[in-house]
Design a protein around this ligand. Structure first.
Ligand code: SF4
Length: 317
């Protein structure tokens, strides 16, 4: 059993993305968030106008990150900021994070991505987008870039259930996500996904079942988020008017849930985060108190140890 736990070549009970990076590149990779001024088809009227009911991108932007600055400026300031916090890191990934970062003509994307890649210390891109904002031409271009740099496309899948995707006004189906993931992975581009737990319309057993569903997809990494109600969003309004419709995880319950999920997750998929964190001033609903993500990660790992369990323990059993 011991070998099973340590199959990733490090002393942890899950396939941690950070450790995978160290193994592959010799050091951790630090993501520098960027806001390149993109919008989103679910906001500009192409697909919808209201956006996903939980969306407030303000919640995710670090201070150095503003579309009023050039990509080079944002990266320079971001790297300066992060170098203080992580002095031993010298490998940076330009993280196109805000809104849908493939939602523009290819020529514009090339200019932005290549500006980022020309900055000192930047060895790759991580591009967050919707699965309906990608096409073959963009993927062919990214495939070429991926020969020289470390390129990741992160899709906001959020849920494997169309009933939930409708409820949150996502504007695309799960099938659309699967197609985009397959096309991206086929080109050997690192493919990541985001999932949110606690969305209205889903119960705990449905959420757990998602571990089996995503385990079959050709993804390299996953980020999990607990549902957080952010101010100035449609979901905040719904929560204010109908709190009885919501069922939030308490911290303790979430820790057990996410471990249950991880036990069912394909051990080949790297986990980039188990929880998300936004500034407390943005929160308009229950949250995990004042605990930061790194502290919650420690609690999850401690509980895994106590339960003597690990990622993939229940796969094929
Ligand atoms: S796709 Fe992303 S940016 Fe667009 S509305 Fe939804 S969460 Fe916001």
């Amino acid at each position: 059993m011991q070998n099973k736990i340590y199959q990733w070549g490090h002393n942890r009970r899950f396939n941690a993305y950070t450790n995978w990076c160290v193994k592959k590149f010799g050091s951790r990779l630090q993501k520098v968030s960027l806001d390149a001024g993109f919008t989103c088809p679910n906001r500009d009227g192409t697909i919808g106008t209201g956006g996903c009911i939980y969306c407030n991108n303000e919640g995710f932007n670090p201070s150095y990150c503003s579309p009023k600055k050039t990509i080079t400026q944002q990266l320079k300031e971001g790297i300066e900021f992060l170098a203080v916090r992580y002095p031993r890191t010298s490998n940076y990934i330009a993280y196109f994070q805000a809104y849908s970062n493939t939602y523009a003509p290819l020529e514009k994307l090339k200019k932005l991505y290549e500006e980022a890649l020309s900055c000192e210390g930047v060895m790759g891109l991580s591009i967050g987008t919707r699965p309906d904002c990608i096409d073959d031409k963009k993927l062919d271009y990214l495939q070429k870039l991926n020969e020289k740099y470390f390129i990741t496309v992160e899709y906001g899948v959020e849920s494997c259930y169309n009933k939930t995707l409708e409820k949150i006004n996502r504007g695309h189906s799960f099938e659309k996500s699967v197609k985009a993931i397959e096309k991206t992975a086929k080109r050997k581009i690192n493919t990541g996904i985001h999932l949110i737990f606690g969305l209205p319309a889903e119960d705990r057993s449905e959420m757990l079942k998602e571990a089996e569903i995503i385990s079959k997809l050709p993804i390299h990494s996953v980020k999990f988020h607990q549902l957080q109600i952010l101010k100035n969003t449609p979901i905040a309004e719904e929560y204010k008017n109908h709190p009885e419709k919501f069922s939030f995880f308490g911290l303790d319950e979430y820790i057990d849930f996410i471990i249950d999920f991880t036990e069912k997750l394909n051990p080949g998929i790297t986990i980039e985060r188990f929880t998300s964190e936004v500034p407390p001033r943005m929160i308009a609903g229950p949250n995990f108190g004042t605990l930061r993500t790194d502290r919650i990660l420690q609690l999850i790992e401690k509980r895994m140890e106590k339960r003597n369990t690990w990622q993939g323990k229940l796969v094929n059993s």
